[in-house]
Ligand binder design. Structure first.
Ligand SMILES: Cc1cc2nc3c(=O)[nH]c(=O)nc-3n(C[C@H](O)[C@H](O)[C@H](O)COP(=O)(O)OP(=O)(O)OC[C@H]3O[C@@H](n4cnc5c(N)ncnc54)[C@H](O)[C@@H]3O)c2cc1C
Length: 396
């Protein structure tokens, strides 16, 4: 359901987008097509935040039931639309995700989550016994059930960003941090860079974790580290992976299903993602106690143990790389998207935690609609910054 139009049509002018991740670059694409003069500023290079250190699940399978799951369904359709229209041609790979249960506790989580996916209109298929073994040849005999979540896909965040850059229509300023916003009469009139203040008619804060710099009450957005492992290629005779395998524990670790106990500061949830190259991406941790984007042996060893327990053939492969990234997590697990109180012409889109590759392009589109004074075509009222009482920081 579209958000009620408490806005008015706005003529295109100059818009500054702070952050060249998937959200900022998607917004830049759509705003430039709507006639705005767009400048994207990044303190580093393109995709140097979470977008450049993510897996690329464009997936409803792991989403928290409720508004986030509903938005993810629309976001997957939006990727399909961008593929059909050529914008993301060859960048989106449709495929199913397989959520696997290996014991009775996990089975209870799987059944609950499957019911919620079905209620959201997501096509699923329950696999047990021979059907399970036949469909997921790589799964260990300890796997007792799986749900195939159909009609979703994969996209690599930094490749989406690069495609949008190539399509062009806007200016990108790399290594150009925005240190503040210049205010006059309740509006932002300029963005402050090391080279001076540049005039603007509107601002979109799409700076991931860096968005906190501009907000009062910004500790609502916290870094949540994730570590990922890349293997070499499997041989052609290796057991079959029909798509990514996700353990039910991943749903609990992500907060998409309730935990029996208080979530740990470092939790593991396993996803084994077969890449187009024949390699595997194995992840990932969720770590709230550490904001360094470095990997460590304890987490990597645990992830590998879990991965080999779920798919024993992985033991034959070599690990060629480990890396980590920081997700921008909010206290209620939902992104923050909408107008920021404290100025008439500032919008924000941040807090996408582990969902921004999936939601990013559609969020770019919805930001364009809001900035143009149109009603967003999806209901993003539950994401409004007002739920936290967020306002622009005085010194922003
Ligand atoms: C390990 C890991 C795995 C993930 N896997 C998935 C997945 O499978 N599927 C999925 O949907 N999502 C996944 N995610 C989440 C996804 O990567 C993020 O939600 C998404 O990339 C957020 O995009 P963004 O554009 O909001 O932020 P970012 O990509 O973080 O971009 C923000 C940009 O703002 C810039 N910036 C910050 N401050 C300033 C400033 N003051 N001035 C100028 N520029 C500034 C930064 O340099 C950065 O480039 C994963 C994330 C991690 C870390």
């Amino acid at each position: 359901m579209p958000q009620p139009a408490s806005v008015f049509p706005r003529s295109p002018g100059a818009v500054a987008i702070v952050g060249a991740g998937i959200v900022g670059m998607s917004a830049a694409h759509f705003l430039s097509r709507a006639g705005w003069q767009v400048t994207v500023y990044d303190s580093g290079v393109l995709a140097s935040g979470a977008t450049g250190s993510a897996d690329g699940a464009v997936s409803v399978a792991s989403k928290k039931p409720g508004p986030l799951m509903t938005l993810a369904v629309a976001a997957v359709k939006f990727y399909e639309h961008l593929t059909e229209t050529g914008i993301l041609l060859d960048e989106y790979l449709p495929r199913s995700t397989f959520v696997v249960a290996s014991d009775s506790e996990e089975l209870a989580v799987l059944e609950r989550h499957a019911a919620e996916l079905e209620a959201a209109g997501v096509p699923i298929r329950l696999l047990k016994g021979a059907a399970l073994a036949q469909t997921i040849g790589a799964a260990a005999p300890s796997a007792i059930a799986a749900v195939e979540v159909q009609g979703e896909g994969h996209a690599v965040g930094y490749r989406v960003v690069e495609r949008l850059r190539q399509l062009g229509g806007f200016v990108i300023r790399r290594n150009c941090p925005i240190s503040g916003l210049h205010m006059a009469n309740g509006r932002v009139t300029g963005v402050i860079t090391a080279h001076g203040t540049e005039p603007v008619d509107a601002v979109l804060l799409a700076a991931g974790l860096g968005s906190t710099h501009f907000l009062a009450g910004a500790d609502l957005i916290r870094p949540r580290k994730g570590q990922l492992i890349v293997t070499d290629r499997a041989g052609s005779d290796a057991p079959h992976f029909p798509g990514p395998l996700m353990s039910c524990r991943y749903l609990v670790s992500k907060g998409s299903q309730p935990a029996d106990a208080t979530p740990e500061a470092r939790s593991l949830g396993l996803v084994i993602d077969p890449l187009r190259t024949g390699q595997f991406l194995i992840g990932g941790s969720r770590e709230d106690r550490d904001d360094r984007d470095t990997a460590d042996a304890a987490i990597v060893a645990s992830l590998l143990r879990d991965a080999v327990a779920l798919a024993p053939s992985l033991a034959q492969l070599r690990v060629i790389r480990v890396f980590a990234g920081l997700r921008a997590a909010t206290s209620d697990g939902m992104p923050i998207v909408g107008r920021v109180h404290g100025a008439d012409n500032v919008w924000i889109a941040t807090g996408f935690e582990g969902d921004g590759i999936c939601l990013g392009p559609m969020m770019g589109r919805l930001c364009q609609q809001m900035i143009c004074g149109q009603s967003p075509e999806q209901d993003i009222a539950p994401l409004d910054a007002a739920r936290f009482g967020l306002t622009l920081a005085e010194a922003a």
